[in-house]
Design a protein around this ligand. Structure first.
Ligand code: AMP
Length: 411
């Protein structure tokens, strides 16, 4: 499924391209068509799933489609209510990014900061307003905000909003908007009180559930680097020199890969040992002890050899090769960030591993933040290395065989 398949218009597709998104996330795939059909939606999706784009993109499209008809001065037609100023600012940033090739305007207002600049922005007219509940009601009371033209209301992080005691404010805001509107409610979880709120203010909503199959502890940060396969070792050395702090467990898929990387690291003066299936149990134990006692601060391992080993105070995990099984990713990075420590998991992804990262992200239910600022970026158009099978004369799907032609994927 592509963003184009979801029926999004060109100015939005161009902006999505500029963001470097290849495909919609699960919540985007489910939500965007429903919002475009003007349905009310309740989605259980947490931050990290791509939920902001799931409502921002179709909202921009609906407002863009309608705007030529009305030459009137800009009126607020979409309102996003968010519990915290950080979230509200982020949402507004998203609207600005996704709407950069439209002439739609968005703004954010929140409490705890000077009201005057916010009033100035509102006076100029905005199409989309992102707001925290208190400041919104305050500015509405002072007549700087007119909610009579709202077509779409979004309640984001509804569970947090209710936990923070905003229930009455939220209900009030909803009543200030016209009855005839589309309402979207997003919440990390849907406890009873959120369900009740949804039942009172949404009309026959469609439900979307993005519960991840596996969760990663909050105290593990994840970072993803896209890098050509041939530059992985250089990037690894660059990260070890400049970014990685403390001890690091590096995973490779094969014994051969482990030895190759170990040798390169030794050549570069690092204190390193390794564990893999060709080593005796006692050699593996010695390597592990050296790592645990700090005699070496880099351990390179295969998954099988590393299974079951317990290392307290592991600062960093590096996925030099991505695992082809998503569960393995969770096991690997779960070794860091233990016992209240903050851990970091770096993943290096080459063109032929893009499908692995897609499955991993679906499995953990979040998009891993990408670090694009590094010396060996992967050209998004790069083709993976193709390994031809020896002696495979019979190709599937030849012309005239009647088989359905499959769209070729480069990754
Ligand atoms: P959110 O859940 O809205 O906080 O989004 C989490 C992160 O995912 C943000 O950094 C977005 O830029 C990113 N993101 C959103 N949609 C996509 C997508 N389709 N592909 C890759 N990254 C995305």
């Amino acid at each position: 499924m592509s963003f184009k398949d979801l029926g999004l218009i060109k100015p939005l597709l161009k902006a999505i391209d500029a963001q470097g998104y290849d495909e919609p996330t699960f919540v985007q795939e489910k939500t965007i068509p429903l919002v475009l059909e003007k349905k009310d939606v309740v989605a259980s999706a947490q931050t990290g799933t791509g939920k902001t784009a799931a409502f921002a993109l179709p909202i921009l499209q609906l407002l863009f489609d309608k705007q030529d008809a009305s030459k009137r001065q800009k009126k607020i037609r979409a309102l996003v209510v968010s519990p915290t100023r950080e979230l509200a600012s982020q949402i507004n940033e998203n609207f600005k990014n996704y709407g950069q090739f439209t002439n739609l305007r968005s703004a954010v207002i929140f409490g705890g900061t000077s009201i005057e600049p916010q009033i100035d922005i509102l006076k100029k007219g905005v199409d989309i307003l992102v707001a925290t509940p208190g400041r919104l009601l305050d500015l509405h009371k002072q007549d700087y905000i007119n909610l009579d033209y709202i077509d779409i209301l979004v309640l984001d992080e509804a569970d947090l909003m209710l936990d923070m005691g905003f229930i009455d404010d939220v209900k009030k805001i909803e009543r200030l908007c016209p009855d005839e509107k589309q309402t979207l409610l997003f919440s990390a979880t849907i406890p009873y009180k959120v369900e009740q709120l949804a039942n009172t203010i949404l009309k026959d909503p469609e439900r979307i559930d993005v519960t991840p199959k596996a969760s990663i502890a909050n105290d593990i940060s994840q970072v993803l680097y896209y890098v050509p396969k041939r530059n992985k070792i250089q990037l690894c050395l660059h990260l070890l020199r400049n970014t990685v702090k403390g001890n690091v467990l590096i995973f490779r898929r094969t014994k051969f890969g482990v030895t190759k990387l170990e040798n390169r690291l030794l050549e570069n003066g690092y204190k390193v040992d390794s564990i893999h299936g060709d080593k005796t149990q006692s050699d593996r134990q010695t390597a592990l002890n050296k790592f645990k006692n700090g005699y070496v601060n880099i351990l390179v391992a295969t998954d099988v050899a590393a299974r079951g080993i317990d290392i307290d105070e592991l600062d960093t995990v590096m996925n030099f090769d991505l695992p082809n099984v998503p569960e393995t990713y969770v096991h690997r990075i779960g070794r860091t960030g233990r016992a209240g420590n903050i851990g970091i998991a770096y993943s290096l992804c080459s063109a032929d591993e893009k499908n692995y990262i897609k499955s991993i992200q679906e499995f953990i239910g979040v998009q891993i933040p990408v670090e694009a600022e590094h010396p060996f970026p992967l050209d998004p158009k790069a083709k993976p290395t193709v390994h031809k099978k020896k002696g495979s004369k019979h190709k599937k799907g030849r012309k005239g065989s009647g088989s359905k032609k499959k769209k070729k994927r480069w990754y």
